[in-house]
Design a protein around this ligand. Structure first.
Ligand code: C2E
Ligand code: MG
Ligand code: MG
Ligand code: MG
Length: 278
C-alpha cells in the first residue's frame, strides 16, 4: 500500500513536471512571437525631485500585451526570457521603443532622464553596449540622457567579476544606477570603485517606514552613503505621505512610487510637478 502511494506520487510528480515543461515551452514560443508581432509595450513611471516635486526622470518598464492573457507584467516573463536568451531581443526592443518615445518627447521640449533596466543575462551579451549606443545615436539622442539600471546582485555580489561592461556603458556616456540597492549582498568597497552615479534604494526598506525605527535608520544611512560617495539616490516604493515626509526630513533627492505616479503608457504620463497632499 505504502509503495503504491509512493508510486502514485511519483507519477503525479512526473506529470506535473511534464505539464510545467509544456507550459514553459508554450510560453517561450508565444514570447518569441510577441517580440516579432509587436505585443510588447513600454510603460513609464515618473521619478520626482523631492524638494520641489519636479519630474526629472522616467523609468521604462516593459509589459507584454498577450492576446490570450492580457497585459502581463515583467514578473510573468522576464525570468523565462532570461533563461531562454529571449531577453536579448526584448532588451533591444526596449531601448528602441524608449528612443522612439524620447524623440517624440524631445520635439515637445520634454527631456527627462531616461532610465531602463538591464538583467544579468544581458550583461553577458558581448555587443550589448555597442548596440545600445548605436540605437541612441541613430535616434540622435544624447547618451547622457540615459541611465542603465542594473540590480545590485548582478554587479556587486561577485568580487571577481570584471567591471568592463560598466566601464563601457560609462565611456559611452550613459549614467549607471544600482537598482534594488540593499536587497543583495554587496561589497561597499566595490561600489566605491565602480562608475556608478545613482543608487536606487530597494522598496522593501520603505515598507515599514516610518513606524519601524530600524527600517527608517537604514533608509537614512543609505541616503548618507549616497551623498558621501557623490551619488544621487532614488528611493523606490513611496506609497504614502508619511514616507515622503520622512524622505524630505532626511534630504532624499529623488523619489519614485505609487503615491507620486504609477507606470503608465506614454500618452497618460502627467508631466506636471507632483502634487502631494500634506
Ligand atoms: P524595478 O526595476 O525595480 O522596477 C520597479 C518596479 O516596482 C516596477 O514593477 C514598478 O511598477 C514597481 N513599483 C514602483 N513603485 C512602486 C510602489 O510604490 N509600490 C510597489 N509595490 N511597487 C512599485 P514592474 O514594472 O512590475 O517591474 C518589475 C521588475 O521587472 C523591475 O523592477 C525590473 O527588474 C524588471 N523589468 C521591468 N522592465 C524591464 C525591462 O525592460 N528589462 C529588464 N531586463 N527588466 C525589466
Ligand atoms: Mg529598475
Ligand atoms: Mg528597483
Ligand atoms: Mg525591483
Amino acid at each position: 500500500h505504502q509503495a503504491k502511494r509512493a508510486g502514485g506520487g511519483a507519477v503525479a510528480f512526473y506529470e506535473r513536471g511534464a505539464s510545467e515543461a509544456r507550459e514553459r515551452l508554450s510560453l517561450t514560443s508565444r514570447l518569441r512571437r510577441a517580440i516579432d508581432s509587436d505585443e510588447l509595450r513600454l510603460h513609464f513611471q515618473p521619478i520626482y525631485r523631492v524638494d520641489d516635486g519636479v519630474l526629472v526622470a522616467v523609468e521604462a518598464l516593459v509589459r507584454w500585451q498577450d492576446p490570450e492573457h492580457g497585459l502581463v507584467p515583467p514578473a510573468g516573463f522576464i525570468a523565462v526570457a532570461e533563461e531562454t536568451g529571449l531577453i536579448e531581443g526584448i532588451g533591444a526592443w526596449v531601448v528602441e521603443a524608449l528612443c522612439r518615445q524620447a524623440s517624440r518627447w524631445a520635439q515637445e521640449g520634454f527631456r527627462p532622464r531616461l532610465c531602463f533596466n538591464l538583467s544579468p543575462r544581458q550583461l553577458r551579451q558581448p555587443d550589448l553596449v555597442a548596440s545600445i549606443a548605436q540605437t541612441i545615436a541613430r535616434h540622435d539622442l544624447p547618451p547622457g540622457q540615459f541611465c542603465a539600471e542594473l540590480t545590485e546582485s548582478a554587479v556587486l555580489s561577485d568580487e571577481r567579476r570584471d567591471s568592463s561592461l560598466l566601464d563601457e556603458l560609462h565611456e559611452a556616456g550613459l549614467a549607471i544606477a544600482i537598482d534594488d540597492f540593499g536587497s543583495g549582498h554587496s561589497s561597499l568597497a566595490r561600489l566605491r570603485d565602480l562608475p556608478v552615479q545613482v543608487l536606487k534604494v530597494d522598496r522593501s526598506f520603505l515598507r515599514r517606514v516610518p513606524e519601524d525605527p530600524g527600517s527608517t535608520a537604514i533608509v537614512a544611512a543609505v541616503l548618507e552613503l549616497g551623498t558621501a560617495l557623490g551619488m544621487t539616490t532614488v528611493v523606490e516604493g513611496v506609497e504614502d505621505v508619511a514616507q515622503l515626509e520622512l524622505l524630505r526630513q532626511h534630504g532624499a533627492p529623488l523619489a519614485q512610487g505609487f503615491l507620486l505616479g504609477r507606470p503608465v503608457p506614454a500618452d497618460q504620463l502627467d508631466r506636471r510637478p507632483a502634487r502631494v497632499p500634506t
